[in-house]
Design a protein around this ligand. Structure first.
Ligand SMILES: Cc1ncc(COP(=O)(O)O)c(C=O)c1O
Length: 423
């Protein structure tokens, strides 16, 4: 494609006429497409259908250690799942709490606990302004938790290796900075994995606040698209080596392994952190849904079972990612008005358009029947200062729908860019 930035005005006008007519044709086709949320497709959920036969009257309800999963008890979850998650999280099973159906819920509760009861110190809410470092673009629901609790968000740019660590190291010298969100593997939305160096620098942080915690949301820990996935350094080991065992609290869930909203979530940390979390939980609940935990334990007996299952997810997701990336290569490469990530796992592609155009691209798409994640949602307070980032979620539509959607998106990106360049 010709570079829009180096075209003269007459060439841009000719190109705009052609792009506008293509857009009008697509709009008239009246599509109904949605690339807004990272939901698994129905065929991905079908992969876990055997789970419904794992806990029946015939199989019984008792786990390996003799717990009747129909009854109350077992605050921190079944040992089978602690063992299963132990390899992924890189900590001992005793350092894992297996909870309910949502890791986001566990993150929310952990922040709430710190606000009202502190995390080894005075309640955060009694210590004046509370600030969080928010690598951006990032996950909108992390930012929503901060907004809910009135936590001031400080955006930190993401590099291909993870958050800009020079800035993070400088910012944690402020004692009101109490936390930091991290999606360390196949991040939402860029699909980047933190380098070893970034993980080590995070683990070695010396924040002014003793009760500072890193919220390590490893939502896409095993969600590779290719046989060789990205590798992430064991953050807990790095923390221990740096003399900082309490710094990081990890989260994961099976939302995108079995069923979103009906999976199992877990939280992990140092023995001291786990003790604090369990104390709060002992007031909050008599125990999690162990029947659902048992179903998961019986579906996945070992990390190898999980790996085999994730390969089946990858086989469904890979062509979807590739359809979108192929469209970007064919229809945007060389225009100079778009850049995108090429993740090797996770659920998202991040698309940066010409600054000042993301909102316009989203509205052009919407008018033509394609819903995208709200422009700006990937930044704290919903404000993308450059108005350029769009999160693309290719998991839910079919490949054919994605081809249609990606074509429309590319036309909208070019339309908005030319409109701006000609203004
Ligand atoms: C980074 C990240 N964390 C957490 C979640 C939600 O996880 P859960 O379903 O376990 O609450 C998502 C879902 O999109 C996500 O992208």
């Amino acid at each position: 494609m010709s570079n829009y930035l180096s075209m003269d005005r007459a060439a841009r006008e000719r190109e705009f006429t052609a792009v506008r007519s293509e857009y009008e044709t697509l709009r008239a086709a009246g599509a109904r497409l949605d690339m807004s949320r990272g939901k698994p497709g129905f065929d991905q959920m079908d992969l876990s259908h055997a789970i419904f036969d794992t806990v029946t009257n015939a199989t019984g309800y008792v786990n390996r250690t003799g717990t009747d999963c129909r009854n109350y008890g077992g605050l921190d979850g079944l040992v089978e799942l602690k063992e299963l998650f132990s390899e992924i999280l890189g900590v001992a099973p005793e350092q894992i709490i297996v909870g309910g159906n949502s890791s986001l819920n566990m993150m929310f509760d952990t922040v709430a606990q710190a606000m009202t009861h502190g995390f080894g110190g005075a309640p955060w809410m009694r210590q004046g302004t509370v600030k969080f470092l928010c690598p951006a673009p990032g996950y909108d629901r992390h930012f929503a938790i901060c907004e809910y609790f009135g936590i001031e968000m400080i955006p930190v740019a993401n590099t291909p290796d993870g958050p800009d660590m020079d800035r993070v190291e400088a910012l944690v010298r402020d004692p009101s900075v109490k936390g930091m969100w991290c999606v360390p593997k196949y991040s939402n939305p860029q699909g980047i994995t933190y380098s070893d160096e970034t993980v080590r620098r995070i683990a070695a942080l010396r924040p002014a606040a003793d009760d500072f915690r890193v919220f390590w949301d490893n939502a896409y820990a095993i969600h590779d698209l290719y046989d060789t996935g990205d590798t992430l350094l064991n953050v807990y080991d790095a923390c221990v080596q740096a003399g900082n065992p309490d710094l990081v609290i990890q989260f994961l869930s099976t939302s995108k392994i079995t069923f979103p909203g009906a999976g199992v979530a877990a939280e992990a940390g140092s023995p001291a952190n786990v003790a604090l979390l369990k104390r709060r939980m002992s007031f909050q609940t008599i125990g999690p849904d162990k029947l659902n935990q048992l179903r998961h334990a019986r579906l996945f007996h070992s990390p190898d079972d999980l790996k085999a299952h994730m390969k089946q997810h990858a086989a469904i997701l890979r062509p979807k990612f590739e359809a979108v990336l192929r469209a970007f290569d064919e229809q945007l490469a060389g225009t100079g008005v778009a850049e995108w990530t090429t993740p090797r796992g996770g659920y998202f592609i991040s698309l940066d358009v010409l600054p000042g155009c993301a909102k316009r691209v989203a509205s052009l798409c919407e008018e033509a029947g394609l819903i995208l994640t709200t422009a700006g949602a990937t930044y704290p307070y919903g404000i993308d200062p450059a108005d350029r980032n769009l999160r693309i979620a290719p998991s839910y539509p079919t490949v054919t729908e994605l081809e249609q959607a990606a074509r429309l998106l590319c036309v909208a990106v070019r339309y908005a860019a030319l409109e701006k360049l000609l203004a």
